[in-house]
Design a protein around this ligand. Structure first.
Ligand SMILES: CC(C)(COP(=O)(O)OP(=O)(O)OC[C@H]1O[C@@H](n2cnc3c(N)ncnc32)[C@H](O)[C@@H]1OP(=O)(O)O)[C@@H](O)C(=O)NCCC(=O)NCCS
Length: 175
């Protein structure tokens, strides 16, 4: 899929457009990410909160190694998710849905859309905070299994701060 070309998905009565994001989408994407990440306050200690969760520089750094996908409702960006290939796996990263669009099936639809676009590898990994019961429920509902060796996988395939690594688990699925 080329940047700018969108696919249309129907979720119940909502029609959303999914496309690859470009640098022009960065400000709107950061609004979604940082608004959605506000709920981390509910389970992360103050010392581990990143405020904002993602900066413009953080977005650009991530954009060098992953493809950002976005879901749009009537032109408004409502969700983002990244796909990164690392050797023999694909990582799904940074899944965020705008708070006023949560629990409508958007994350599930975007995740399944990106999974269908994965080529060349058959193993998908997703890391999340162990305390993130929302993401864990989504992953379990969509066929992911908790990895028995999360820490080893996080060290092998991710480049994340140590505090985040220690507080996280991975889920995986063969596609
Ligand atoms: C986690 C997140 C991406 C889910 O997005 P969403 O669009 O609301 O998820 P969906 O509507 O597709 O929900 C699919 C499933 O996820 C789980 N889920 C989503 N929100 C949940 C909640 N508040 N409580 C419990 N389970 C939840 C449920 O299993 C849900 O299925 P159900 O509605 O049939 O019960 C969203 O809550 C979010 O952006 N959270 C903040 C950022 C974050 O935690 N990202 C994950 C990073 S790994």
């Amino acid at each position: 899929m080329l940047v700018g070309e969108a696919d249309i998905l129907r979720i119940n009565t909502m029609e959303i457009a999914i496309r690859l994001l470009s640098p022009l989408d960065q400000p709107e994407a950061l609004d979604v990410i940082n608004a959605a990440a506000a709920w981390y306050e509910e389970f992360l200690p103050q010392s581990e909160l990143h405020d904002p969760e993602m900066t413009p520089m953080g977005w650009d750094t991530e954009a060098q190694r992953l493809d950002w996908f976005g879901a749009f409702d009537d032109g408004r960006l409502i969700a983002v998710m990244g796909r990164e290939y690392v050797r023999d796996v694909a990582l799904l990263r940074h899944g965020y849905v705008a708070p006023d669009y949560q629990r409508l099936g958007v994350a599930r639809a975007l995740q399944e859309y990106i999974e269908a676009q994965i080529e060349g590898v058959d193993r998908v990994l997703v890391g999340t905070y162990a305390a993130n019961y929302k993401a864990r429920a989504l992953l379990e509902q969509t066929g992911y299994l908790l990895s028995p060796d999360s820490e080893a996988l996080l060290r092998a395939y991710y480049d994340i701060p140590e505090d985040r690594l220690c507080a996280s688990v991975t889920y995986e699925k063969t596609i």
